[in-house]
Design a protein around this ligand. Structure first.
Ligand code: PLP
Length: 420
């Protein structure tokens, strides 16, 4: 199989044919189907090159100019460049690129802002929140007192009056907004004023959104939040990892919460790859990309509605859509399995007030970061919606063949121009 970093693959194949076969098999899987997981994307060859570099060998506990080890001259420059690019791109006073993941960034943000036992007000997990926003199986629900806010049953939108009532009743030390499965815009200014009213910190978990913020496709949380946490591997299209943006007066607390409080040595190869992704995301082309991601998500949600799958919250303003499948009489888990057989990768997802168990779920979640990176537009989204409809209804006919035909015209890692 052709691969753009072929020489390394040849060497890997000689050293470890079993792992080489798996790596190539995964590349083939990513290329030969439709990737509609809302939290995934295809990083550029340049990001992959930084990730696969010898920067992985370097221990660099600490921060640029203040490391525990010698020999950090090169990696210091990489981290300084990445931090500068993040601050410029998002207009943030301070940035920390060391968190190993989104959850690690959230752990550090809690450590910087609150004490164990403090009350934290965050979106309920079944309504679109994240495990690290107070789930009982996560540190956030075990070490902190979680109070959840739901979405309204009628509109499936956040009810800011209800958030305010909960904040006044429970006096949280920290309020969190930002979600994994909320398709509409969040009113960060409304959250800011609620946090100010009760004297709470405001943390925005922009894991999903930060790439759309970079591409100016949605409003930025940075002017409103005390701390913004995010991932770098979702719409932003960088390497797997986390990032924290904050105001200058919290910089020291955030940095110390990341290292030495919750992490050891930073992954310098990943930090260099984050710097590459931030450079890519600051190019004018990325604005076109982010805008197209949203336009594609709208077209996909409308297409699914035409197939009898009700868009949760009436549609989307972002890169993802949730669809309620109850009218079709198919569960989310059955739909996920049927789509998987047609080489359409998406996930089952609870809808607000879902009567089913989370393992079954009444809905699916779809996202457009990957297919947009491949160069697809609204016309392809309408076609994909039709393919999903046929797969979900289990209609006879070769949906998988049509998927193969579609991705042949828009190959992932086939033409480097798609990243231009
Ligand atoms: C994806 C996500 C995270 C976690 O990121 P990981 O890198 O998987 O730990 C955190 N918060 C939200 C809202 C997310 O969507």
């Amino acid at each position: 199989m052709d691969a753009f970093w072929g020489p390394d693959f040849d060497m890997l194949g000689r050293t470890d044919p079993e792992i080489a076969a798996i790596v190539l098999g995964e590349l083939d899987r990513q290329r030969s189907g439709l990737q509609l997981i809302a939290s995934e994307n295809f990083t550029s060859p340049a990001v992959l090159a930084a990730l696969g570099s010898t920067l992985t060998n370097k221990y660099a506990e600490g921060y640029p100019g203040a490391r525990y080890y010698g020999g950090c001259g090169q990696v210091d420059q990489a981290e300084e460049l990445g931090v500068r690019r993040a601050r410029e791109l998002f207009g943030a006073e301070h940035a920390n690129l060391q968190p190993h993941s989104g959850t690690a960034a959230n752990l550090a943000a809690y450590a910087a802002l609150v004490q164990p036992g403090d009350t934290v007000l965050a979106m309920d997990l079944p309504h679109g929140g994240h495990l690290s926003h107070g789930s009982r199986v996560n540190f956030s629900g075990k070490w902190f007192h979680h109070v959840g806010y739901p979405v309204r049953p009628d509109t499936e939108l956040i009810d800011y009056d209800e958030v305010r009532d909960l904040a006044l009743a429970h006096r949280p030390a920290l309020i969190i907004c930002g979600a994994t499965a909320y398709p509409r815009l969040i009113d960060f200014a409304a959250f800011r004023s609620i946090a100010d009213e009760v004297g709470a910190y405001l943390m925005v978990d922009a894991a999903h959104l930060i790439g759309l913020v970079a591409g100016l496709a949605v409003p930025s949380p940075v002017p409103h939040a005390d701390v913004v946490t995010c991932t770098t591997h979702k719409v932003l299209r960088g390497p797997r990892g986390g990032m924290i943006l904050c105001r200058a007066e919290l910089a020291r607390r955030v940095d110390k919460a990341v290292f030495p409080f919750t992490q050891g040595g930073p992954m310098m190869h990943v930090i260099a790859a984050k710097a590459v992704a931030l450079r890519e995301a600051s190019q004018p082309e990325f604005r076109g990309y982010a805008g197209q991601v949203v336009a594609n998500a709208r077209a996909l949600a409308e297409g699914l509605a035409a197939e009898g799958m009700r868009p949760v919250a009436g549609g989307t303003d972002t890169h993802l859509a949730l669809a309620d499948l109850r009218e079709l009489g198919v569960s989310g888990s059955t739909a996920e399995g049927r789509c998987d057989r047609a080489r359409i990768t998406l996930n089952k997802n609870a809808i607000p007030y879902d009567p089913e168990l989370p393992t079954v779920a009444s809905g699916i979640r779809v996202g457009t970061p990957c297919v947009t990176t491949q160069g697809m537009r609204e016309g392809e989204m309408r076609r994909i919606a039709g393919l999903i409809g046929r797969a979900v209804r289990d209609e006879p006919g070769a949906v998988a063949d049509e998927v193969a035909e579609l991705v042949r015209d828009f190959p992932a890692y086939g033409r480097q121009e798609v990243f231009a």
